[in-house]
Design a protein around this ligand. Sequence first.
Ligand code: ZN
Length: 287
Amino acid sequence: MDDSREMALEEIFGNYVSWKLDEVTWIISFMNGSEYIYLLEGEEKALLLDTGYGIGHLRNLVERLTRKPVIVANTHYHPDHSAGNAEWEEVLLSPGWPVDAPSLEGGRYPRDPSAWVYPDYRKTVVHDGDVIELGGRSIRVLEALPAHCNSSLFFVDEGHKMLFSGDEFESSQTLVYDNSCNPDAPYHVEKRIANLRSNAVRLREIAGEGWFVLPNHNGTPISRAYLDGYVALCDAIYAGTAQIEDKLNHRYIEMDPKAPELCRVRFGTCSIFIKKAEVLKVYGTKK
Ligand SMILES: [Zn+2]
């Protein structure tokens, strides 16, 4: 990577923009507007979902948006969601975080350790069904089955009909190839596709009429109909009716050394990136 590209990436990733979704919910956007961090305020505390790439002083911004004590949690342990954790004393994480931990060191991305006051921050594991009480606002934690990665949590805000889906479901594409940078991490394509489907089925039962899905990339909030779309996509993979495209049409993923092995699998409004050789193992197996 040459210096000019480092500079360009730093400019994109480090530029936070924030706005209110409602009176008690902030969206903090970065990566040129394509990635999001969420700040949910209750009467007593606030919850920060993700900490970005660790560029600049995110905490300064967060503490300007809310005066409440801030609880920090990660939707999953990937560098663009958790590399800024060390600005806080404690972060709530999924039990699977150690499996994806090498991804924080495995990629080259801009970061600024000058803001990392707590390099040995406390990692507190939360479990399916745990509730984070913010005062008049309760956020339920769900553990995702491994699909995008091994460390995803979903956050359910029943009162505001908001479902925070991390990188497991979004409007453009879910990445379903192994991205842990961990040679010992398990990856079975049969399980990944089945898990993607099971997660979508579980979430669409929670997110009824009037709910929105809030992912971390490529548009937010999005329709709950995407959850139906992902179920249909998985079924179309099994049926052999999903479209397999060699052209990814994604600027950043195309820079990844894995890119030549990947394909986009599309059905209706939803798509995934996955290794072509892997998806062909399940494609058309349940006609
Ligand atoms: Zn991710």
